[in-house]
Design a protein around this ligand. Structure first.
Ligand SMILES: O=c1ccn([C@H]2C[C@H](O)[C@@H](COP(=O)(O)OP(=O)(O)OP(=O)(O)O)O2)c(=O)[nH]1
Length: 179
């Protein structure tokens, strides 16, 4: 039952998915979990400049950790399934954002904050890449990102020949630091 300041949103679990949850009371974001059939290894972005060497580098890295590279799905950038679909009320969006702790480990979300439209009924995904020098492994049920839900006004575009003046005017791109 919805209370003041709360919003009911229908979430559907996809087989193998885990319901997002607030980890601590007072958290703004619902933590979301990877739904992976196979472990994923995100290769460091800079390896993409020398793809021929990337597989040798990965083999060596796996050797040192007694991992079998043939058991790992490899990618430079990947849309990780989150095991959930949703029915957002009209006038709302969900945003998918990285978790700071994983960002400090080099996990990068190129479209952050990602937009989940209210009409989208497919599985929600987290798009990510690896900015660090070492490969980054994502496994099933890893708590990989967080979701926040916001109201979004439907905008009526009003064609206008003239806009009201403002103190910023047309200044941009660091203009406030210059004389
Ligand atoms: O990180 C993301 C981004 C998007 N989506 C899903 C939900 C969203 O509603 C839909 C479309 O996203 P978006 O509008 O950002 O993508 P697009 O490239 O503009 O695709 P489209 O032409 O389908 O709108 O894809 C995700 O699951 N994860």
């Amino acid at each position: 039952m919805e209370k003041p300041g709360q919003l009911d949103v229908k979430f559907q679990l996809i087989e193998g998915g885990i319901m997002p949850r607030y980890t601590y009371e007072g958290d703004a974001g619902l933590d979301c979990y990877a739904r992976m059939e196979q472990d994923l290894v995100l290769l460091p972005c800079h390896w993409a400049y020398d793809e021929d060497r990337a597989s040798h580098r990965l083999e060596r890295w796996c050797d040192e950790r007694q991992l079998d590279p043939s058991q790992l799905r490899q990618a430079f950038i990947h849309a990780v399934p989150l095991g959930i679909a949703m029915e957002l009320p009209d006038g709302y969006e969900a945003q998918i954002r990285p978790r700071s702790g994983l960002s400090l480990q080099g996990l990068f979300c190129p479209n952050s904050p990602a937009t989940i439209d209210s009409g989208y009924r497919g599985e929600v995904h987290f798009i990510c890449a690896n900015l660090k020098a070492e490969p980054f492994v994502i496994r099933n049920a890893d708590r990989i990102c967080q979701m926040l839900i916001f109201p979004v006004p439907r905008v009526n575009l009003v064609p206008s020949d003239q806009l009201a003046t403002s103190s910023r005017g047309t200044r941009r791109f660091g203009s406030s630091g210059k004389e």
